[in-house]
Design a protein around this ligand. Structure first.
Ligand SMILES: *[C@@H]1O[C@H](CO)[C@@H](O)[C@H](O)[C@H]1NC(C)=O
Ligand SMILES: *[C@@H]1O[C@H](CO)[C@@H](O)[C@H](O)[C@H]1NC(C)=O
Length: 585
């Protein structure tokens, strides 16, 4: 077969040279030379401008070439051929329930009613010296209900009825109290219809409302529950964090739905209006806002701490009110376009999707410049599942989308977000490839020519990790974000890979975090064996990590995503069609 091809090429070349020779008499020789000269000048000019263009637009051209060379993240056609089986994996689901009991019973034995638990010292502590506010108990209730742990639930309910009090003269974080305690009370009400939870929820919310009494309506970071006054965070010069003020809306709006009192809804919505008006040219949001003028302060831009759940709740507010508030759709779509352009990146060798941070720096002339840092918090791992959920919601071309979605059912933005979501979940799983099988709190990604010395074989590494050192970044504190994304990805695709990954994480937690006498502790360095533990069991182990694992192995009639939206602490709220309409656009 090679022969004719070769000959053809030879012939073609031969024919061309022949015609040039025969067809052009001597008189034209100089003309041809001049033409050639012109051609060279033009070609040279084109080349110079091309080089100049590439030089001027290096990042853009580089990204284009990369995009063309890279393997695609997701193949819609191949994924659609899979047979779906959403039935429960009962042995694995029961193992997760056993883990929950191992955690809860130890807490109940050693520290019932205290806000936080220390399983190694068998003790509890409260957030303030004014006494506890049910941080752990309330956060755990809906998980017990889902798991069918009736006896444990009855004891927890009794504690809420008899011992829980918010008459505490101390400063509590507005956001944390809302997502854990208010959120926990509301989902407990939804699952039981027991009015005690509404009473408690309303009491707590009313004590917190004064935090919103600022010139703009952006709530202060802290609130004194007994004195009913907002308290500014002195560490941050009175600024408020973007994610904290924009992650109260699902809770307050649902409370309005349950009580018919509009004030909670209005306060929640005012915050969103201020944020919408604060919009900056790039479409990005930085992590601090000024509660006095409602403007962004010059501060880092990231999907990690203080940024994360702002994006999560833009989408979830649109979902919560059954797609009746298009303003959140618009805000979410704008945010995702900006995030895609400025924050989502792909690593050099392994082509891992990750998100970078952008931090402001002041140069010698006092001007602000922005620096990119390839740093990703474990917190960002919620974003893989969130992008996938957004793709089948705001990125859908019609009213329903298949499991998994077909390419034709998604808009271009939907396909983009879906692929990036799938890719980010994969990346998060890559960061679990450590000595313990647990992921560190923070990873950095290699950049071309960054001269970073690391022992990592991967495109990511733990900053400051060397033998004998335990940097802060190396810890695993029982965080839920990756299993949260695995649960959403599983429900939206039916791909058993997500269950396998979740099981791997569960086994690593059992192996390294479990305390024999009861409870689970945090690991100080995910790359060091045997592990060194820190004596703390975060409340989100029982409210989020174990709940999402339980849901991952349950059948898909348990809390279907078409009927529920999860707050950022994994408390499920029902989707509803509101009687109120959003007051701004
Ligand atoms: C936490 O607060 C509760 C309620 O005031 C109190 O009963 C308990 O003793 C406190 N726990 C600790 C460890 O101080
Ligand atoms: C959401 O809206 C759809 C279409 O309007 C409607 O059929 C459905 O009942 C609504 N769901 C809820 C929970 O209100």
């Amino acid at each position: 077969m090679a022969e004719p091809g070769v000959r053809k090429r030879k012939n073609a070349r031969g024919a061309k040279s022949q015609s040039a020779k025969n067809g052009r008499p001597t008189g034209h020789q100089t003309g041809t030379k001049r033409d050639h000269g012109m051609l060279k000048v033009v070609a040279g000019a084109v080349l110079v401008s091309l080089v100049f263009f590439v030089y001027q637009n290096y990042d853009y051209v580089y990204a284009l070439i990369r995009a063309w060379r890279e393997r695609p993240i997701y193949n819609f056609d191949a994924a659609s051929k899979r047979e779906l089986d959403f039935s429960a994996d009962i042995p694995k689901r029961d193992a997760v329930v056993a883990a929950f009991k191992h955690a809860w019973l130890a807490y109940e034995r050693d520290a019932m009613g205290d806000d936080e638990y220390h399983p190694i010292g068998h003790s509890g502590t409260n957030l303030t010296s004014a006494g506890g506010i049910g941080y752990t108990v309330v956060d755990s209730i809906d998980t017990m209900l889902l798991m069918g742990l009736d006896k444990e639930y009855e004891r927890a309910r009794k504690w809420v009825a008899e011992d829980l009090s918010f008459e505490r003269d101390g400063d509590f974080n507005t956001f944390e109290t809302t997502i854990r305690v208010l959120g926990g009370l509301l989902s407990a009400f939804h699952l039981t219809k027991d009015m005690i939870y509404i009473e408690r929820a309303k009491d707590l919310a009313d004590r917190m409302m004064p935090a919103f009494d600022t010139p703009t309506g952006l709530p202060l970071s802290m609130v004194n529950l007994a004195k009913r006054i907002g308290v500014a965070d002195k560490d941050n010069r009175g600024l408020v964090s973007t994610a904290e003020v924009s992650t109260l809306q699902l809770e307050l709006k649902y409370l309005t739905m349950l009580t018919d009192e509009e004030t909670y809804w209005e306060k929640a919505e005012t915050v969103m209006k201020v944020i919408k008006n604060a919009k900056i040219a790039s479409g990005l949001s930085s992590i601090f806002l000024n509660a006095n003028d409602g403007k962004y302060s010059i501060s880092p831009i990231r999907l990690g701490s203080r940024g994360d759940s702002y994006y999560e709740y833009l989408l979830k507010q649109y979902i919560q009110t059954n797609h009746t508030e298009p303003i959140y759709r618009t805000m979410y779509e704008d945010a995702m376009a900006a995030v895609t352009t400025h924050l989502i990146r792909r690593s050099e060798n392994e082509e891992l999707i990750y998100t970078q941070e952008i931090i402001p720096e002041r140069n010698r002339n006092g001007q602000i410049t922005w620096r990119m840092i390839p740093k990703q918090d474990h917190l960002v791992c919620f974003f893989g599942g969130s992008l996938m959920l957004g793709a089948v919601t705001t990125g859908a071309t019609g009213p329903s989308v298949s499991i998994p979605p077909r390419a034709s059912e998604l808009t271009a933005a939907g396909r983009r977000d879906w692929a990036n979501g799938v890719g980010l979940v994969q990346t998060c799983m890559e960061t679990y490839k450590t000595a313990t099988g647990l992921s560190p709190e923070i990873v950095h990604f290699r950049m071309p020519n960054d001269n970073v010395q690391t022992q990592s074989k991967h495109d990511w590494y733990i900053k400051g990790a060397e033998p004998g050192k335990t940097p802060y970044d190396a810890r695993y504190i029982l965080r839920p974000e990756t299993v949260e994304s695995l649960f959403i990805a599983w429900r939206l695709t039916g791909d058993p890979q997500y269950r396998e990954w979740g099981w791997g994480i569960f086994e690593a937690i059992e192996k390294h975090c479990r305390i024999e006498s009861g409870g689970y502790a945090s690991v100080l360095n995910v790359d060091v064996l045997p592990v060194e533990l820190e004596d703390k069991m975060e409340t989100f182990l029982m409210s989020e990590t174990l709940k999402y694992l339980y849901l991952l192995f349950s059948d898909d009639t348990v809390l279907p995503l078409s009927k529920y939206v999860f707050n950022t602490e994994a408390h499920p709220f029902p989707i509803f069609t509101p009687t109120l309409q959003t007051g701004f656009s």
